[in-house]
Ligand binder design. Structure first.
Ligand SMILES: Cc1cc2nc3c(=O)[nH]c(=O)nc-3n(C[C@H](O)[C@H](O)[C@H](O)COP(=O)(O)O)c2cc1C
Length: 298
């Protein structure tokens, strides 16, 4: 359990800590009193740090956040909304990489940004795996191609098609729809190219314990943070959905653990996302429009 205390000498009784605590650990009876720590609620503290972030008077102590780790926000360094929009609008998937390793500290900076993503109950559940070993990266692509061949073969079997359609028509139809694309990927791979990782020198995998609530969502949010930091650093990257495909394959349990096992992801963890990273060969010159948003104002 966390220890939260309020220094009544320093407290100015503005009540902001009580107002923003998401689980009611800090409560203020009246505006004129020093807020109190609720013994009943302190067990539910999610260590989000809101109380430490809001107090301007250094009146709060929290066992998770020693005072030396708390830094004032340099507001003058905040990016302008237009700068954020520019970052978002210029990020693109890069699929051609220089044969040049990405320095360790650059990868660490990307992961550092990822860990500031929101997470359900502030679980910070996402774990990171950095794969740079060329032999393992090659094996990742091989496993995906073997998996695609498996799908091509089983969907060619009329009995499997019947069973799959009966089990879940939508899933089976979408699988069938993908088969021509799978065949094309296999063909490209067999011609000597790597359509899975595009010879990226780094695979950054996002995984979490399977029992964590919203572990998958947390990982996706961390991944998107990583993507934006990578873009700001000039590191090309793309979301490698193919790497996840065997993990998500329906009615193919034997395939679901093959990629995590290759990568050494613990048995209690699921692989939820993966980014291929590297120095980009192309430099995009233009910003391209997206579809207009589909919005309903209710
Ligand atoms: C869930 C997901 C899976 C993806 N899988 C792949 C992939 O396996 N290979 C690839 O080259 N791009 C992949 N992408 C990248 C998309 O193709 C890309 O984001 C989309 O075309 C928009 O282009 P942009 O990222 O350049 O804006 C994936 C993106 C997402 C969100």
């Amino acid at each position: 359990m966390y220890e939260v205390t309020i220094d009544s000498e320093r407290c100015k009784k503005d009540g902001l800590c009580a107002m923003i605590c998401p689980v009611g650990v800090i409560q203020q009876d009246e505006k004129v009193t020093v807020p109190k720590i609720s013994d009943e609620h302190v067990a539910h503290c999610i260590a989000c740090g809101h109380c430490m972030a809001i107090c301007r008077h250094g009146a709060i102590s929290h066992s998770e956040f020693p005072a030396t780790t708390v830094q004032a926000i340099p507001f003058e360094q905040m990016p302008k909304a237009e700068q954020v929009q520019m970052l978002l609008r210029t990020r693109r998937s890069i699929r051609a990489f220089r044969d040049k390793p990405v320095p360790k500290d650059t990868i660490e900076t990307i992961i550092d940004g990822a860990r500031f993503a929101p997470s359900g109950h502030n679980s910070q559940s996402t774990e990171f795996l950095v794969v740079q070993d060329r032999a393992v990266l090659n094996k990742v692509s091989v496993i995906v191609i073997e998996y695609l061949k498996f799908e091509i073969k089983r969907f060619a079997n009329p009995l499997f098609r019947t069973v799959a359609l009966a089990a879940d028509r939508d899933v089976a139809e979408s699988g069938l729809h993908e088969i021509p694309r799978f065949k094309q990927m296999v063909q490209v791979f067999e011609s000597g190219a790597d359509p899975i990782l595009n010879d990226a020198p780094v695979l950054l995998a996002f995984h979490a314990r399977r029992t964590v609530g919203f572990g998958d969502v947390n990982a996706q949010l961390a991944l998107q943070n990583a993507s934006l930091v990578a873009h700001a650093l000039g590191i090309g990257h793309f979301y490698t959905g193919w790497v996840l495909a065997p993990c998500r394959a329906p009615m193919a349990r034997a395939w679901n653990r093959r990629m995590p096992n290759l990568l050494g992801i613990p048995p209690d963890n699921n692989l939820y996302g993966a980014l291929a990273l590297g120095y980009p060969i192309p430099k995009f010159k233009n910003m391209i429009e997206r579809k207009p948003p589909r919005i309903r104002w209710a």
